[in-house]
Design a protein around this ligand. Structure first.
Ligand code: MLT
Ligand code: MN
Ligand code: ZN
Length: 301
């Protein structure tokens, strides 16, 4: 299977339109590379079909980048979508707003999500209901613990990852809002685990990471108080459902003894100093054997 990081930044992108943090200003000065918002795509090589995982507000630019790099080797001439399906890991604005931009598709969008996410995108942030009058939606459920056959070659298994609801949801009920995905190529047994919104790492998740050939992991914040300390937000990383990288119980320390061949941070917020070239934090991450994702990074498993 082929995996492509379409966007390695968290919501807002790098730079974010209204942000003047060190990172955003570094990009504007030309000294750091811009990043689009969180999304990946996975290709089943046997039949060539691509699946989009999360639809960011930058999806248009991301699809054109794929086209420019020859990812889509043929098109039918009509205006259908170059993805056989779209999988959603949550109902967050940065992972779903791109769906609206895909409304010009001549065929209904094949969308896979949990029922909780479907409900949120129908009545809370009504993207799925809006799309009904455009291209339409063919929805299929993803249930944690169940395996779905995407193609003859690719299987996906969802697992519960986060109980943090999107900000636009008022409910106080504790339910699974964020899932992670393990995608297995059944012809080679190569395994990818994608966990862009990860609040903690328990024994099961550690084992899942260990059993994968590549993991794409939540790299949102360096410290827990990153936004409050910069005066640009009240919520801590943990309150937002993101385990910070640094600290004794941070993701760097917890990933250190996991021997997965490729460990890559994605969903990296523009305030995270690992995005700044030559920063000590970036160097530290690399020295610890973890890669920092970037747009267009392609992994063949
Ligand atoms: C998140 O990753 O926590 C959300 O996308 C943040 C948000 O934009 O509400
Ligand atoms: Mn996000
Ligand atoms: Zn910024």
């Amino acid at each position: 299977m082929l995996i492509r990081i379409l966007g390695a930044a968290a919501g807002g992108g790098y730079p974010q339109w209204n942000c003047h943090c060190n990172g955003c200003e570094t990009v504007r000065s030309g000294a750091a590379t811009p990043l689009t918002q969180s999304s990946i795509a996975v290709q089943s090589e046997e039949d060539g079909s691509w699946f989009l995982i999360n639809a960011s507000p930058d999806v248009r630019q991301q699809i054109e980048a794929m086209r420019a790099e020859g990812c889509f080797n043929s098109h039918s001439g009509n205006r259908s979508l170059p993805f056989a399906g779209i999988l959603l890991t949550d109902a967050e604005i940065d992972h779903t707003t791109g769906l609206i931009l895909l409304r010009e598709s001549t065929a209904p969008l094949n969308i896979y999500s949990t029922t909780t996410v479907k409900q949120a995108l129908t009545s809370g942030y009504g993207i799925l209901s809006t799309l009904q009058n455009y291209c339409g939606v063919k929805w299929a459920p993803i249930t944690p613990g169940e395996i779905i056959q995407l193609t003859d070659e690719l299987q996906v298994e969802a697992f519960a990852l986060s109980t943090k609801a999107p900000k636009y949801i008022q409910s106080t009920e504790v339910e699974v809002w964020g899932i992670g995905l393990t995608i297995r190529d059944t012809t080679t047994n190569a395994t990818l685990t994608y966990a862009p919104g990860m609040g903690s790492i328990n024994t099961d998740l550690r084992q899942r990471f260990q059993n994968s050939d590549c993991i794409l992991v939540d790299g949102t914040f360096w410290t827990n108080d990153e936004l409050p300390s910069l005066g640009i937000g009240a919520r801590t990383a943990k309150a937002m459902g993101h385990l910070p990288l640094s600290g004794d119980d941070g993701s760097l320390a917890q990933l250190a003894n996991i021997t997965t061949p490729r460990k890559i941070f994605v969903h990296i917020n523009n305030t995270n100093p690992i995005l700044i070239p030559n920063s000590p934090e970036r160097q530290y991450v690399k020295n610890n054997g973890i890669e920092i994702g970037y747009d267009g990074l392609t992994i063949k498993l």
